[in-house]
Design a protein around this ligand. Structure first.
Ligand code: DAH
Length: 433
């Protein structure tokens, strides 16, 4: 369904969203997509499409992207003195579900496809949930080594480190037989692939163990050097085994930060079926994907992810450096006081098909859609099932805070009432006020 367009509300920051969600179609970046039963993108989210924070000079996300580029440009140089990795930062975030999921061997029933976790324009088109969505097309276009930066979209809860739009940097590198083994003694005897092999925790069935170990070593080395370049020589790094449908073996890198281990990226040896389908079947490759906000928050001491969307000069000006290598530590804007308000309602009855008619993410979405940047946090406080009628009720606490000024009780009350009203009309809940 169609959320309240925030265009008419007096409480949003920045320009009002254009009326992009029509009766029968959704318009994004100048193209029109027919709506269907999967459509769940909101005007608020579409308003972020095209902002391209990672391409705004001196924005902290641009700054970290430039630092990563500079490192790759200076460390990896091709045969003719050219940079080995090409950099792509302008691919449209509107992708097919085929690109976002199928091209990466994500099975049809995989939980990451859930309507409640993604922004669908319709059943076949969505806002990319990760930059991995472009791996296959870029490999198919003939690239052997590339970096790809972009905005990604996921429905999520609201707090200081989660926002439904964030930015990732993807990296891919492919190797020929010669590139893997030429520096190895008697390497000409060795081969990337082997027939009749088995998949083990170490390797895929078609890969030779020697090749995988060398590629995995190169991957970990490349990423350790990158993180050391960003954080300094003292940074502690560790590798954790994990699972992705598009890599095997797969790893997460964790960085020790203020005493805690923090996950910063996922990576692995690319599934050969993916590489084959991209027309590079004689090569073997690695891939990684990292979250730019995560890194920037730690590197620059940015305490709240919503600050990346700030247009406040007091924020932006702190990142206008004469030299991208110059260290920065963000000096917090004065913290304005939070205000909170609770909301309780009866949930709608389940529909006959057993399909859930209300999910928590629907409510978070609605709160964000109406309350925008004023909402700091939404949390489920209490759940209750009426002993006789079996009706379920929930109570949420909404914490309101503006990053740049003090909110008035009156202003918060108005927004809160709009949320109560929208929850009743859009989600079919019944308020208990
Ligand atoms: N796409 C993954 C995510 O968003 C991250 C990732 C993991 C990217 C492994 C990769 C990879 O390229 O090889 O969680």
């Amino acid at each position: 369904h169609l959320w309240t367009s925030s265009g008419s509300l007096p409480i949003t920051d920045g320009p009002a969203p254009r009326p992009v969600i029509g009766q029968d179609s959704v318009e994004v970046l100048g193209a029109s997509y027919p709506r269907d039963d999967f459509t769940n993108v909101t005007a608020k989210i579409l308003d972020k499409v095209g902002r391209n924070l990672h391409n705004q000079p001196h924005h902290p996300l641009w700054l970290i992207k430039e630092r990563i580029k500079a490192h790759f440009y200076s460390s990896y140089i091709g045969r003719w003195g050219n940079p080995l990795f090409s950099v792509h930062d302008n691919l449209s975030p509107v992708v097919s579900t085929e690109q976002n999921f199928d091209s990466l061997l994500i099975p049809p029933d995989h939980p990451s496809r859930k309507r409640g976790d993604n922004y669908y324009l319709n059943r076949t088109t969505m806002l990319r949930a990760h930059t991995s969505a472009h791996q296959r097309e870029l490999v198919r276009s003939g690239l052997d080594a590339f970096l790809l930066a972009g905005d990604v979209y996921r429905r999520d809860e609201i707090d200081a480190s989660h926002y439904p739009v964030f930015h990732q940097m993807e990296g891919v590198r492919l190797f020929t037989n010669h590139e893997v083994f030429s520096k190895v003694q008697d390497g000409h005897e060795l081969s990337l692939f082997e027939a009749g092999g088995r998949r083990t925790p170490q390797k895929q069935e078609t890969h030779s163990l020697e090749a995988v170990k060398l590629v995995e070593f190169d991957l970990k080395n490349t990423l350790t050097r990158l993180i050391t370049y960003l954080f300094g020589d003292d940074v502690e790094v560790r590798w954790v085994d994990c699972y992705f449908p598009f890599t095997h073996p797969s790893f997460e890198m964790e960085v020790r930060f203020q005493g805690d281990w923090m996950e910063v990226l996922g990576c692995g040896v690319m599934e050969q079926e993916l590489v084959n389908s991209a027309g590079a079947g004689h090569k073997l490759g690695w891939a990684f994907g990292l979250g730019l906000e995560r890194l920037a928050m730690v590197l620059y001491s940015i305490p709240d992810i919503r600050l990346f969307w700030s247009q406040d000069e007091r924020f932006l000006q702190q990142f206008r450096l004469p030299d991208i290598q110059q260290p920065v530590t963000f000096q917090p804007l004065s913290k304005y006081p939070p205000l909170h308000n609770d909301i309780s309602f009866w949930l709608p009855e389940e529909s006959e098909a057993g399909r859930e008619s209300f999910t928590q993410n629907d409510f978070y979405e609605l709160v964000r859609s109406v309350g925008g940047e004023l909402v700091e946090r939404v949390s489920l406080q209490d759940e209750f099932t009426h002993p006789r009628t079996g009706r379920r009720s929930q109570c949420y606490r909404i914490v309101y805070r503006h990053m740049e000024r003090t909110l008035t009780q009156d202003e918060v009350r108005r927004v809160h009432q709009q949320i109560e009203h929208a929850a009743e009309t859009e989600l079919g809940v019944q308020g208990r006020y």
